[in-house]
Design a protein around this ligand. Structure first.
Ligand code: ADP
Ligand code: ASP
Ligand code: MG
Length: 407
């Protein structure tokens, strides 16, 4: 079998963890498998590199950020090759340039466009364990890019798809995908299986156990994907097309703290105003999430929306610059907010979901700032410091009261 094994930051955080991972890799190799390993930077390396950059230039160019951030993964792959050599097995480390992982040009958030797997195949034929940097790509200028935070999962799934691997294993610091982040929600339950669609929704709404783009790719190329623990041998969670075991009405709760809210106040209540605001933002590549418009009164209305924390300053700058053109009285913001979402394919056909969610928040005395719904999720914006309590309250309500829906 050809297996891609990805180890996240905590799973290679120190020498001992690297050796543990090396043993898992060698065990699989000794069973006769061809093994391609994808690694993240060790522990908090990426965060530390960002802090270093901030000390020197908080407005550092994205190209130079990628030059810096990509070094974390390069350290990991070399150290892993050394660990495997010390145990007496053949291994070779490759960065994105050597592994020919080609990406789009946009630094810090590039997308993998293609991978030329020739070199990897050659190394596998030489019986090497091939260790590839996660998170990195190379753009058309021959410059190194990175794939966005958490992007090593995407490197692994893209390699698995392109190599036609039999299996892609994501080794991490929890033993699978849970109904909520087990570090936040005490009652979270491990899932044996989850569908690509539900996993994609959870990942997009903040469950960082998998990078959302990795789930998109896994679905597109039907990659056999498993999330499991790097520390134990526990069975993990299979992410697949149709999940038949867990036909649950809600599949999980996700928390996203990387959110801030902007309110544009005192707009004139006439057509074209929303267009002005959101086209300005989209021209500057700022994605907007939940949007709320107040009912017009005295010919005035307000529009509030959320953006990622990293886009807040840029969004405020653009809006302030165009205040006259937009014609608003004031612009305010709040970055102490978080989005809590409940996800489930079974929700589309159940009218009582929203009521149940609001009841849970009411019982926990939590105020809701904004609400957004779709066929398979409901999201609420709450104060950041109440987000974990909200997630627990919602999780308890749905996991214990799902009987109410005949499950
Ligand atoms: P890695 O470094 O291995 O990529 P991450 O920190 O990116 O690990 O992702 C694993 C973390 O994701 C877990 O430690 C857990 O706190 C968090 N997480 C969030 N939502 C979930 C969920 N639904 N199931 C499991 N883990 C989750
Ligand atoms: N090292 C990168 C990060 O911390 C990529 C990853 O871990 O997936 O975001
Ligand atoms: Mg991760």
């Amino acid at each position: 079998m050809l297996i891609v094994k990805k180890f996240g930051g905590t799973s290679v955080a120190d020498a001992q963890r690297i050796k543990n991972a090396a043993n898992k890799i060698i065990k699989s190799y000794k069973e006769g498998n061809q093994v391609v390993v994808v690694l993240s930077a060790q522990g908090d390396t990426t965060d530390e590199l960002i802090e270093k950059a901030d000390e020197i230039n908080p407005e550092a160019s994205k190209r130079e950020m990628d030059m810096l951030l990509s070094t974390g993964e390069q350290q990991s792959v070399a150290l892993m090759a050394m660990a495997i050599h010390s145990l007496g097995y053949p291994a070779v480390s490759l960065n994105a340039y050597q592994a020919k992982i080609y990406s789009s040009s946009n630094y810090t958030n590039a997308r993998i466009k293609n991978i030329n797997t020739e070199r990897i195949h050659t190394e596998l034929e030489k019986k090497n364990i091939v260790i590839v940097t996660g998170f990195q790509g190379v753009n058309k200028y021959g410059d190194v890019t990175t794939l966005g935070r958490g992007g090593s999962d995407t490197s692994a799934v893209a390699l698995a798809a392109k190599l036609n691997a039999d299996l892609c294993e994501i080794y991490t610091d929890v033993d699978g995908v849970y109904t909520a982040d087990p570090r936040i929600v005490k009652g979270a339950k491990k899932l044996d299986e989850i569908s690509y669609d539900e996993m994609l929704e959870l990942a997009t709404l903040g469950a960082k156990v998998l990078h959302n783009r990795s789930v998109e790719l896994a679905k597109k190329y039907n990659v056999n994907l498993v999330v499991r623990s790097s520390l134990t041998d526990a069975e993990g969670t299979v992410v697949k097309e149709e999940s038949n075991v867990e036909k649950m009405f809600v599949s999980g709760v996700a928390v996203d703290k990387d959110v801030s809210r902007i309110s544009v106040i005192g707009l004139s209540d006439q057509p074209g105003i929303a267009f002005k605001i959101f086209s300005l933002l989209s021209k500057n590549k700022i994605s907007v999430d939940i949007i709320l418009q107040s009912i017009g009164r005295d010919n005035k209305k307000d529009i509030s929306f959320t953006v990622a924390k990293c886009d807040l300053n840029e969004a405020l700058r653009i809006l302030e610059q165009n205040k006259q053109k937009i014609g608003c009285e004031s612009i305010s913001h709040n970055d102490n907010v978080a989005k809590v979402s409940v996800v489930g394919a079974g929700m589309a056909t159940n009218s009582g979901v929203a009521a149940l969610l609001f009841e849970a928040l009411y019982n926990a005395d939590i105020n809701i700032n904004m609400i957004s719904t779709s066929e398979i999720k409901i999201s609420v914006l709450v104060n950041e410091k109440e987000a974990d309590i909200a997630a627990n309250a919602i999780h308890d309500k749905f996991m214990f009261e799902s009987d109410a829906f005949g499950d």
